[in-house]
Design a protein around this ligand. Structure first.
Ligand code: KPC
Length: 520
């Protein structure tokens, strides 16, 4: 069944009800067509996939006067972010931060004693599952009523050729095809990996239908594994990370990484590095009962009914490779040039489909850059470096060089740190700001860590690192300034919103008067 919704003008709440219903009956084909049949122009582009890349690319192309069409298999636009990736992970990370505060302050002020209390994982997953159609509905409403985009939802598009896609019994033609088919969670392959109770970020929010027991095994040592693992730990469960090499290699600054890992260990997290899962055993009903793990000290068996695999993602490049013959890289990613063009004329690829970094900014930017190229602009996009972040129980943000890389690259490096290097170590009441005030006063070693890295000769900021809360927002702007050559003097001349999470402006001002810079 297909429904023409061009003349429907649903409110966000009405959209929520529609999406809820369509998600409930996902086995019955029911496409929603929002096509402007009055527009007789040929489409400039079909965006196959309505995630962040397809949506932003479409909006940009439409804004430039072009005609676009999005074809999306889910009943909503926005892709994996609001459905099973960034949005749930931020919800879980916020819970981890709240629970760590609650547990740390237990028995003091108004905080309840949570000693021995294990809080529900399933309840939080249910909160997400119930609420996620809210953002979904906003994406659909905004795209139709405010951005005037054309789209087909809730139907899988099939590529016919570089100019043609078939969806729900109709064929659409365009001058160009933009592939934004996303990526999927990498699966384990060892014996028993098919058992129930072994989750990825995708299956967790779809399939969790029981309350996990008190032991969790997390496989992987990078962003997804750590972000979910810290939440499970914060609920009061024994949490073991099984990491093939080392934990959190993506945080290059060793001091920052050390602070992050030490605080994870303080929360009771067990980190088994140099270790790999050999197999899982069945409890007799198709559910995981235990995990056999090869560690540097021999085989260990952990009894658990709940395993989380955070192994990274694989681009969904199969259809494009098979039907169109687009060239694929070693990690299954569709290869593109700086204009986002694939090896096949008139076929572009954007977002997670083109490989790492599988981050929102790249999905959105690559979509808009492809649109601009299609509309005749000269552009080049090469996502080489970017400000980055992740969550443990804290928010960790970084940009530019690590201290080690900066020292290798420049003759003299100056650092400005909080807490400073003193015999007191971390046990001092700074940094302190929003969401770290209670730690600063009651558990100072937990109040965070921050470091600014400056090339002495040019006085330029070349790196910054932050563990605490609220710095992500400043880093996305600070990074632009850093790329433009921001000096310690210019940073110190800014007006800070006191108390602010990074303290960098005030500390730079204290040192900026020195012709010969010193550490602080
Ligand atoms: C939190 C949020 O922005 C919802 S998910 C975004 C999807 S999109 O706007 O298409 O990048």
């Amino acid at each position: 069944m297909n429904t023409d919704i061009r003349n429907e003008h649903w409110s966000i709440h009405e959209w929520q009800n529609q999406i809820d219903e369509l998600l409930e009956v996902s086995d019955q084909p029911h496409a929603l067509f929002n096509i402007n049949e009055d527009d007789t122009r040929e489409y400039d582009a079909i965006f196959l996939g309505g995630g962040a890349g397809g949506r932003f690319g479409s909006a940009y192309l439409r804004a430039m006067g072009g005609r676009q069409l999005i074809i999306e298999r889910w009943p909503f636009l926005g892709g994996s972010c609001p459905h099973n990736a960034c949005v749930p992970h931020h919800l879980f990370s916020e819970c981890a931060a709240e629970l760590m505060l609650q547990r740390t302050m237990a028995g003091r002020l108004w905080f309840q004693d949570l000693t021995g209390v294990v809080t529900s994982i399933k309840d939080v997953v249910d909160v997400f599952r119930k609420g996620r159609v809210g953002p979904h509905a906003i994406m659909n409403y905004q795209s139709k009523e405010q951005l005037d985009l054309e789209y087909v939802l809730n139907a899988e598009g099939t590529i016919i050729d570089p100019h043609t896609v078939e969806v729900a019994g109709r064929r659409f033609k365009a001058k160009n095809l933009v592939l934004g088919l996303g990526a999927r969670a990498q699966m384990l392959t060892c014996p028993g990996a098919h058992l129930k109770g072994i989750f990825s970020y995708e299956s967790l929010v779809e399939d969790l239908d029981y309350e996990p027991g008190n032991t969790v095994v997390v496989i992987g040592g990078s962003k997804t594994a750590v972000e979910y693992g810290c939440f499970f730990n914060a609920t009061g469960r024994r949490t073991i990370f099984v990491v093939r090499t080392e934990l959190l290699k993506l945080i290059h600054d060793l001091e920052t990484r050390g602070f992050v890992i030490d605080r994870m260990k303080e929360q009771g997290i067990e980190i088994w590095e140099g270790s790999e899962v050999e197999h899982f055993t069945d409890n007799g009903h198709g559910h995981v009962a235990s995990v056999q793990i090869r560690t540097p000290d021999g085989i260990q068996t952990v009894h658990t009914d709940f395993v989380f695999a955070g192994l990274g993602e694989t681009p969904n490049s199969e259809m494009a490779s098979k039907v169109l013959g687009v060239k694929i890289g070693a990690k299954n990613e569709v290869l593109v040039n700086p204009q986002l063009q694939t090896s096949v004329p008139h076929v572009y690829a954007i977002g997670d489909l083109i490989g790492g970094p599988m981050e929102m900014f790249k999905a959105r930017k690559s979509g808009t850059y492809a649109a601009r190229h299609i509309m005749g602009e000269e552009i080049a996009y090469d996502p080489q470096d970017w400000p980055d972040f992740m969550h443990t129980h804290y928010e960790v943000s970084w940009m530019g060089l690590s201290e080690e890389a900066a020292r290798a690259q420049y003759e003299n490096i100056i650092t400005i740190k909080m807490p400073p290097d003193t015999p007191d170590g971390l046990d001092v009441a700074l940094p302190a700001s929003d969401r770290t005030m209670l730690y600063a006063f009651l558990e100072p070693r937990m109040s965070g860590f921050q470091k600014l890295i400056i090339d002495e000769a040019s006085r330029r900021v070349v790196g910054a690192h932050h563990v605490g809360y609220g710095a992500k927002d400043s880093f996305q702007y600070l990074y632009q300034l850093m790329k433009q050559g921001l000096t310690i003097d210019q940073l110190g001349d800014m007006d800070e919103l006191f108390l602010n999470p990074t303290h960098f402006i005030q500390l730079s001002r204290l040192r900026a008067g020195h012709r010969k810079l010193k550490n602080l």
